[in-house]
Design a protein. Structure first.
Length: 702
C-alpha cells in the first residue's frame, strides 16, 4: 500500500464511518495494512494517523448559508450584496426528515427572506465570482450558436445545466445509463484534457500539461467545482504533472488523495450521491476494466500494420472492447448505488455507452469550441452550430430509441428481482476478481438464465391473484396502479421523487410486463397528482384518460386535450375485467382539491377507495350520496392531511388497511391527528415514505 494512499484512504474511510455511524468498520483497515511484512509498522502508523485525523476533522468542521426569497431576490447575480431580514433554520433536517442533501454541499444554514430586500450591485465583479459569470456567458453562447433542439444537450454537457432538456429526453438518458454524461464529471474533464493534449501535440507532453492544467482549473471553476469534477481534475493533474516532475503517476494514490482533498474541504460531501457515484465508477474502472478488455481481446489476432480493411476492423473491435470494458468496470460498484438511490437498473447501459460515448465526446469538444467562437464571432459560430447540431440530435435519437427497448431499465422492486440482481452482481464480481484466463461466455449465459428466471417469477408474483393494487413511491404525491386480470388502470401520476412520476410508473409497469394502460384517472390537476402524466403518455399507450370537467382555464388541462380525454361529470360504473370501477364525479366547488374525482375498486371479495385530496367537508357528501360499502383498503386522502380521512369516513367504510402516499413535505403530512384516528379505528397503516412501493395482492374470491 502506498504511503500517501494509506493515509488518504484511512482519512476518507473515517469520514464516511463518522457520517454513516459505522465506526466499528474502521477496524477492517488493519487488514490491508498488515497484509505485507515490508514497512508494516509505518503503514499501521499511517492508517491510525489517517483515521484519527479524519474523525477529528469531521467533528470540527462547519458552516455556510443559503438564502431563499422572492423571484426578484433570486435574480441577484454572483457578487451582488443582499440586505434583508430572514428567518433561519438548520439544514440538517429537511421537511421533517434528517437529510444530508444540503450538508453534502457545505450548506448548514437555510435563510428565508422576510419582506423587501435591498440589492446592491458592485461596479466591478469580484474576482471570486467571475467563473459564475463565465458560465452564464458560455450558456448564452451555446444558445445563440446551436438550434433549440440541440442546444439543450450541448449546454448540459458543457455546464451540467439540464434545464434545456425536456423531461422525455432526460428520462431517456436515465433509462439508457447515459445521464452521467449530462452531470459534469470526470468524463468531461477527460474530454477536455484530451482536447488540450490534441491541440498541444501528443508528442510534447510537457507543453500539453502546461496547457491542460489551467484549462481544467478554469473549467472546474465555471462548472461549480462539483466533487466529481474536482476528483477528475486532481487525478488528471497528477497524471500530467508526472512528466514535469519526472515522477510516475499512481492511479490508486491519485484517487484516494483526490477523495481526501474533497472531504477535507467538506467532510459532509461524503453524503453526496454524485461524489459516491463518481469515485465508485473510477474505482471499478481501475479494478476491472483492464481485465475485462483483456478477456474480450484475448482471442483477437493482432491488428498489425497496413491500410486494408482487416487491420481497421480489428482496430475497431479492440476499441469497442476497451470501451465496453470501461463501461462494465464503471458499473461494477455504481450498480448497487444506482439501485439504492434511484430504484432502477439499466440493462441497456453497456450498449448505449458503447454506441454513444464517442458521439458524446465529439459533441462536448465541438460544442465547446463552437461556444468559444460564438463569444467572438456569433455569425460564423451560428453557421457552424447548425452543421454540428447533427451530433447532439444523433445522441438523443439513439437514447430515445434504446429507451424504448423492452426491459431497457428494470424497476428494482420485489424479492425475486432483488434476489436475481444480487446473484447477478455477485456472479460478475467473482468473475472479475478471478485471476488468470477467464471465459466470459459462462457468466454471460448464467446471467441470462438468472435474469430471465427472476423476471418470470416477478411477473408471476404480480399476476398471482385476480387483483393487485400498488401505491408507488413517488415522493410527496400519488400514483396508484390497479390490476384486474389483464386490465390495468392508474389513478393519478404525480410526485416529488428524484425521477419523474410518469417515468417511475412506466418503469414499474414495463418491468411486470405491462405495455398498455387501459384507463388513467386523474383525481385533479395539481402537480403532486399529475406532473408525470405527459411523460407517461410519451412512454406508454393509454387507452382512455378520465379527468374532472373543472378548471377549464388550467394550462395543464389544455395540454391534455390532445389525448383521448374523458371528462367525468356524473358518477360512472365500469366493468374492469373481473372487477368493477366506480368513478365518483366532483362533489365540491372552488378549490381543486374539492373538485376532484374519487375511485372505488371492487372485485374478488375485495374493495378499495381512493379519494384524492378530498377534505372532510367533501367526504361528508361522498358518504351521503356515494352509497359507500365497507371496504378492505383505503388510500388516505390528501397524503394523510389532518383535514382528510375524517372520523365519519372511517366509521362509514371501516377499512382494515390504510395506505398513505407521501414523501418529504412542509405540510406535516401525514398529520399526527390522522395517524391517531387511524390507530383508534384499528387500521393497519403503511406509508410509501417509509416502506417504498406498497403492493396488495388479492389471491382469492372471499
Amino acid at each position: 500500500m502506498r504511503k500517501l494512499a494509506a493515509f488518504a484512504a484511512s482519512f476518507s474511510a473515517a469520514v464516511f464511518a463518522w457520517a454513516y455511524g459505522a465506526l466499528p468498520l474502521l477496524a477492517l483497515l488493519a487488514l490491508p495494512a498488515l497484509r505485507r511484512r515490508e514497512d508494516r509498522r509505518l503503514r499501521c502508523a499511517l492508517v491510525c494517523a489517517g483515521v484519527i485525523t479524519g474523525l477529528l476533522w469531521s467533528q470540527a468542521y462547519d458552516v455556510l448559508a443559503r438564502l431563499y426569497g422572492e423571484p426578484e431576490l433570486m435574480a441577484a447575480a454572483p457578487g451582488d450584496r443582499v440586505t434583508v431580514t430572514a428567518s433561519c433554520r438548520t439544514s440538517g433536517v429537511v421537511r421533517g426528515q434528517v437529510s444530508g442533501d444540503y450538508t453534502a454541499q457545505g450548506i448548514y444554514l437555510l435563510a428565508y427572506a422576510q419582506g423587501d430586500a435591498e440589492l446592491t450591485r458592485p461596479e466591478r465583479i469580484p474576482l471570486r465570482y467571475l467563473p459564475a459569470h463565465w458560465a452564464r456567458a458560455l450558456k448564452e453562447a451555446v444558445a445563440g450558436a446551436f438550434p433549440a433542439d440541440a442546444a439543450g444537450l450541448v449546454t448540459a454537457l458543457l455546464t451540467g445545466d439540464k434545464d434545456g432538456l425536456t423531461e422525455t429526453e432526460y428520462a431517456a438518458l436515465q433509462r439508457t445509463g447515459l445521464a452521467h454524461a449530462v452531470a459534469v464529471s470526470g468524463l468531461h474533464i477527460g474530454f477536455l484534457a484530451q482536447l488540450a493534449v490534441a491541440l498541444a501535440g501528443s508528442r510534447y507532453r510537457r507543453r500539453a500539461a502546461l496547457l491542460a492544467l489551467p484549462v481544467m482549473a478554469v473549467y472546474a471553476l465555471i462548472t461549480g467545482c462539483t466533487p466529481s469534477v474536482i476528483r477528475s481534475v486532481i487525478m488528471n493533474a497528477l497524471l500530467l504533472l508526472g512528466p514535469l516532475l519526472d515522477r510516475e503517476s499512481d492511479a490508486p494514490t491519485s484517487l484516494s488523495f483526490a477523495l481526501m482533498v474533497l472531504l477535507f474541504q467538506n467532510p459532509h460531501a461524503c453524503q453526496s450521491v454524485g461524489l459516491q457515484l463518481s469515485f465508485a465508477s473510477v474505482a471499478g474502472i481501475l479494478a476491472f476494466s483492464g481485465r475485462i478488455s483483456g478477456a474480450l481481446t484475448a482471442h483477437l489476432p493482432k491488428a498489425g500494420r497496413g491500410k486494408g480493411l482487416r487491420p481497421r476492423l480489428l482496430g475497431l473491435l479492440r476499441g469497442a472492447a476497451v470501451s465496453l470494458g470501461t463501461t462494465v468496470g464503471a458499473t461494477a460498484f455504481t450498480l448497487p448505488l444506482g439501485a439504492w438511490y434511484f430504484g432502477t437498473v439499466s440493462l441497456v447501459a453497456p450498449v448505449a455507452n458503447l454506441l454513444c460515448l464517442f458521439l458524446i465526446q465529439l459533441t462536448f469538444q465541438a460544442g465547446l469550441l463552437t461556444a468559444l467562437l460564438a463569444l467572438a464571432l456569433p455569425g460564423p459560430a451560428q453557421l457552424l452550430g447548425s452543421l454540428l447540431a447533427v451530433l447532439p440530435r444523433l445522441v438523443l435519437f439513439l437514447a430515445r430509441g434504446l429507451a424504448r427497448v423492452p426491459y431497457a431499465a428494470l424497476a428494482v422492486d420485489g424479492p425475486y428481482l432483488l434476489g436475481g440482481l444480487a446473484v447477478l452482481y455477485l456472479l460478475w464480481l467473482c468473475f472479475l476478481a478471478l485471476r488468470g484466463p477467464r471465459r466470459p461466455l459462462v457468466p454471460l449465459c448464467c446471467s441470462i438464465i438468472v435474469l430471465g428466471s427472476a423476471l418470470v417469477l416477478h411477473h408471476a408474483a404480480y399476476r398471482m391473484g385476480p387483483l393487485t393494487l400498488t401505491a408507488l413511491d413517488v415522493g410527496q404525491g400519488q400514483c396508484v396502479a390497479l390490476r384486474a386480470g389483464d386490465r390495468v388502470a392508474l389513478v393519478d401520476c404525480g410526485g416529488s421523487a428524484r425521477r419523474n412520476a410518469g417515468d417511475l410508473a412506466a418503469d414499474y409497469l414495463s418491468t411486470v410486463g405491462v405495455d398498455r394502460i387501459d384507463l388513467l384517472v386523474l383525481t385533479h390537476y395539481h402537480a403532486d397528482h399529475a406532473n408525470g402524466v405527459l411523460e407517461l403518455l410519451e412512454r406508454m399507450e393509454v387507452s382512455a384518460l378520465a379527468v374532472p370537467d373543472v378548471d377549464r382555464e388550467d394550462p395543464f388541462r389544455q395540454e391534455l386535450l390532445a389525448a383521448a380525454v374523458w371528462f367525468v361529470t356524473d358518477d360512472q360504473r365500469l366493468s374492469f375485467g373481473p372487477a368493477e370501477l366506480t368513478l365518483y364525479a366532483p362533489l365540491g366547488a372552488g378549490d381543486a382539491n374539492e373538485e376532484g374525482l374519487s375511485v372505488l375498486f371492487q372485485g374478488a371479495g375485495f374493495s378499495a377507495l381512493l379519494t384524492g385530496d378530498m377534505g372532510s367537508d367533501i367526504e361528508k357528501r361522498l358518504v351521503k350520496y356515494g352509497a359507500l360499502p365497507d371496504i378492505d383498503l383505503l388510500v388516505a386522502g390528501h397524503h394523510g392531511s389532518r383535514s382528510a380521512t375524517s372520523q365519519l369516513l372511517l366509521e362509514t367504510v371501516t377499512p382494515e388497511t390504510v395506505l398513505i402516499s407521501c414523501g418529504y413535505n412542509n405540510y406535516g403530512h401525514p398529520a399526527p391527528e390522522t395517524l391517531l384516528r387511524l390507530a383508534e379505528a384499528g387500521c393497519a397503516v403503511y406509508r410509501t415514505d417509509q416502506q417504498g412501493n406498497l403492493t396488495v395482492t388479492v389471491r382469492g374470491t372471499s
